[in-house]
Design a binder for this molecule. Structure first.
Ligand code: UD1
Length: 428
């Protein structure tokens, strides 16, 4: 199994091209199930999660062609042509779904298109219970009959789905996406109240609209979808990954370097830019993206609470914990989205970070001198926080279980090495 070796202590300087967003790409790919025409998606990142979903879609009957690398507006990235002329199976089997929780995004589209779906209950990152009850209750409100049996969600809508007013008790990105897709082909109007507002939701709405859907309010907490009889093919380019952007911004800050993040979008990162600014990191817009460096010397401690968008993203919490271990003073980082999302803390502590977890808060006392160590990744964002710590640490860090990283970061070691990091992938 691959590992990553980092010899820390180098300032990073150079540029990194931000890839297309993984979390935007996954629901967009699932949207291919909604039409018998071809959906072309560009600027897709080359990641294991994308391959996992592609494999799932293929077994539902979607024909997928890859156009290699194509460029549009300066965005490199993969282009996939997906055609779901006929759905040959409405079952999403355990073997594929267990690899990635976002596989549950096929539920809404399958139900809307063929009136039935059998989807294994998802597994995914080990960051808390992560149920799918919100998806299921909302689909029931639209007329679906749902049963859970033998680890599967069995959903049927023999009469088709109808519009409904859905009030989400908790903001859920995945449930909002599943419902937007299902409602696009339902009879009548659906209103989603307390909807997620993430840029990935807006990207999905833009693509569905290009496919002929009638959606208003995406990006606000109330989305209205007027169902249409059928959707058509379209061509859509995926937004840049704001989590990858934030991660590399922190790589610049933790190594006291200067990185140009090409294609990065400041408007998707306002909360992160504000927090990093308070910590002493300067993020400037350039005509190609963002330039990140320390404002003047040392980093300062900050208080951060994760929130649904437009708040500080939970997917950057572990990276922020690593960064704050090198800042002067005591930082508090509070996690409000997922339970059990401090699994990077014991590993960071082994590298010399002083972090105490108290309920859903981590208190980080800095600055500490990080020391390289063999460490083990437990989930996607936890593993990249250990990479950040390794870049700043003295000596060698070996990161095990790299497959977590490969789910969400495209060519991470190449991108960092191009900025001068001493980092390489090694076999056993
Ligand atoms: C998405 C992102 C993930 C990110 C998360 C929060 C993708 C592929 N993944 O995950 O990277 O960390 O948003 O920004 O886009 N919940 C329920 N019942 C449900 C659904 C969710 O209780 O049916 C809870 C979850 O346990 C969690 C909270 O709601 O506490 C938010 O989860 P949600 O927004 O649904 O996350 P995902 O869409 O799975």
């Amino acid at each position: 199994m691959d590992r990553i070796r980092i010899r820390g202590g180098r300032r990073l300087e150079g540029e990194i091209a931000v890839s297309g967003s993984k979390n935007a790409a996954l629901p967009l790919m699932a949207a291919a199930l909604l039409t018998e025409e071809t959906l072309v998606l560009g600027n897709l990142p080359h990641l294991n999660d994308i391959t996992t979903l592609a494999n799932l879609l293929v077994q539902h009957g979607v024909e997928i062609h890859m156009n290699g690398h194509a460029a549009k507006g300066g965005h490199a990235g993969r282009v996939l042509e997906m055609t779901a002329a006929r759905i040959v199976s409405s079952k999403a089997p355990y073997d594929l779904v267990r690899k990635m929780r976002a596989s549950v995004l096929v539920l809404g589209p399958l139900l809307a298109r063929v009136g039935q779906a059998e989807v294994s209950l998802p597994g995914g990152c080990a960051i808390g219970a992560r149920p799918v009850d919100l998806h299921l209750k909302a689909l029931e409100a639209m007329g679906a009959e749902i049963e859970l049996a033998d680890g599967y969600i069995l959903a049927r809508a023999p009469e088709g789905l109808h519009g409904a007013k859905v009030v989400f008790p908790t903001v859920s990105v995945g449930a909002t996406e599943n419902l937007m897709m299902a409602a696009s082909l339902a009879k009548g109007r659906t209103t989603l109240v307390n909807a997620a507002r993430e840029p990935e939701i807006v990207d999905l709405a833009d693509c569905l609209t290009a496919m002929g859907a009638q959606i208003e309010g995406a990006g606000s907490d109330s989305i209205t979808i007027e169902g249409v009889e059928r959707l058509r093919g379209a061509e859509h380019w995926v937004v840049p990954d704001r989590i990858e952007t934030g991660t590399y911004a922190m790589a610049a800050a933790i190594t006291d370097g200067v990185i140009d993040l090409v294609h990065a979008r400041a408007d998707h990162l306002e909360a992160v830019i504000a927090v990093l600014g308070a910590a002493g990191v300067s993020i400037e817009e350039t005509n190609r993206g963002l330039r990140v460096k320390r404002a003047n010397g040392a980093l300062r401690a900050v208080e951060v609470t994760t929130q649904p968008y437009p708040g500080f993203p939970t997917d950057l919490q572990a990276q922020m914990t690593a960064l704050m271990s090198t800042a002067e003073g005591a930082s508090t980082i509070t996690e409000t989205i997922f339970e059990n999302r401090f699994m990077h803390v014991p590993e960071l502590s082994r590298m010399g970070a002083e972090v105490t977890v108290d309920g859903n808060s981590a208190i980080i006392r800095g600055p500490c001198d990080l020391q390289g160590a063999p460490v083990m990744a437990t989930d996607l964002r936890a593993s990249v926080s250990l990479v950040l710590a390794g870049l700043a640490a003295e000596g060698e860090t070996i990161l095990n279980r790299v497959y977590h990283l490969d789910r969400g970061y495209e060519r991470l070691e190449e991108k960092l090495a191009a900025c001068g990091a001493d980092i390489e992938r090694i076999g056993d």
